[in-house]
Design a protein around this ligand. Structure first.
Ligand SMILES: [Fe+2]
Length: 134
């Protein structure tokens, strides 16, 4: 069932923004305050793709996402961002999905993470671009 949910989410999300190939951050993702963290997330996913059997790679990626999400949520809290509860839910939903990803990481799971990140940055995070504190 979870695989089906991921596949449906992948298909729906993939209708939005294209996934860079090779998978790396580029200027179209520019967000200033969050760019360095976003670059690490791109690299982290690419590392998991290169090393699907490496448990350390997926653990490291989970940690990067955790730290990034808490940082971003704190910034949103500081400016009283109205959509914070819904945004937090998107983060925690994604975190619960990637917690279930174990080695060897499958191709559809790599696709899911790439697609989620690209569409989350461009489709969701960009909605509050310029509204966060430094
Ligand atoms: Fe976000």
């Amino acid at each position: 069932m979870k695989v089906l949910v991921i596949l449906v989410a992948c298909v729906a999300a993939s209708l939005a923004y294209p996934i860079p190939d090779p998978f790396q951050w580029d200027e179209s993702f520019r967000y200033d305050k969050l760019d360095e963290q976003h670059k690490k997330l791109f690299t982290g996913i690419a590392d998991v793709q290169s090393n699907p059997a490496d448990g350390a790679a997926i653990s490291h990626l989970e940690d990067l996402f955790y730290k990034h999400f808490r940082f971003e949520e704190k910034m949103m809290e500081e400016v009283g961002y109205a959509n914070l509860p819904a945004h937090k839910r998107m983060h925690t939903d994604f975190e619960s999905e990637i917690k279930d990803i174990h080695t060897p990481v499958q191709g559809y799971q790599i696709f899911f993470m790439k697609d989620w990140l690209v569409n989350h940055i461009k489709g969701i995070d960009f909605q509050y671009k310029g509204k966060l504190s430094s």
